[in-house]
Write a protein that binds this ligand. Sequence first.
Ligand code: GLN
Length: 486
Amino acid sequence: MLDATLAELSAALAAKRVSSVELTGAFLDRVRKLNPDLNAFITVDRERSLAQARAADAKRAHGDAGPLTGIPVALKDIYCTKGQRTTCGSRMLEHFISPYDAHVVEQLERAGAVALGKCNMDEFAMGSSNENSYFGPVRNPWDRRRVPGGSSGGSAAAVAARMAPAATGTDTGGSVRQPAAFSGVCGLRPTYGLVSRYGLIAFASSLDQAGPIARSAADLALLLNVMAGFDARDSTSLDRPKEDYTENLEMRMGGLRIGLPAEYFGEGIEPGVRMAVEAAVAWFEAQGARRVELELSRTKLAVPAYYVIAPAEASSNLARFDGVRYGYRAKEYSDLVDMYCRTRAEAFGAEVKQRILVGTYVLSHGYYDAYYLQAQKVRRLIAQDFSLAFEKCDVILGPTAPTTAFEIGAKAGDPVQMYLGDIFTIPAALAGLPALSIPCGFDEKGLPVGLQLMGEHFSEATLLGAAHRYQQATEWHKRIPKETPL
Ligand code: GLN
């Protein structure tokens, strides 16, 4: 059961071969066993999860079960959960109890899914390795000395280690796709606005998107069906008819135009990553897909533009953490300003502080035009480049990240190296495009490699269909990390 897909679990629940209480209990036992070592969860509340499982079993007994009813799903700890601690990986919110549920949490609950616990993450989702969490790093189930990726590293590690059949993440510049790649699982960043941001603790609001992490593209489709949808409480939520993302999974590959940007196959890519991605491209061609050579020449500008825009928005969003309204407050202070300063100095970690400083700087008078405005122009050009590219192709293929998972500590002292690892995930985020990552092989160290598929706005069904066809023919996504055997 721990290794089953969502569709298999759903069938087992429907046939009464297992109850949600039993299933949830089995995953909770697995979490109890593995979490002390992997540190993928920050908060687990067994009774809370089992109560939801009982409710799901009752729902099913009443005959109103959907595909996810009774299935446990882990939540990144950036999703507010009513009456339960939501830390966002920060000391600032270590004891914060949310008074409401995020829209996605409500939707999952309405579908009868069971919230399994809150997953570890980089503080305020700032990071690519989960080393920035106040609650300590997460370990990669494929090799405990390595990072699982970030910022949704806990979610990805939980799914990889079969501690949860699926999880939620958020992707601002790659935080669903890159940890999925590093951890050998699947992750989807939807089109900006497709999933409501209501109740997600904000990092960079023009980039933040919620997305599912699971072990197959078909499972991602089931999750997206529940997560996507209009919500008036998010002003950027898109009001469009609901789609069934499972409908296109058996799509025809013949004639699919796959775009291959030269910049995604150039320098700086590890040989093991390149080989696995090229083999996947060859598979698509063998199915009748047509290869289209592309240039996305502004790719190298994406990282610098993102690391201006994201910190700018973060510096504004994080102003609310002042010791008055939410979370931590310094114990000793002389006056109000001193209280603000000490609270923020004590409760934010180094990466968050650095971004607040950068963000405040690029927005300040005299620098705004030179940095922030310039970055916004670059963002627009990158989006235009994609629009032109999607006149020539349907899906863009490439690596999700230039490397596989690195060792804990290897890049911690070098922010530029860390940021450059985001080069292939940031462009789609800046353009608001959907993109997903699926496993496409292993490097010589036995570490998983991620294949990225990017598409035009609202092309989720095509991306999921292409990924599903690939997964019907390959077994990469079925491998179990050797350090966490069943
Ligand atoms: N690694 C990127 C950053 O540090 C992306 C993070 C994210 O998508 N939340 O900002």
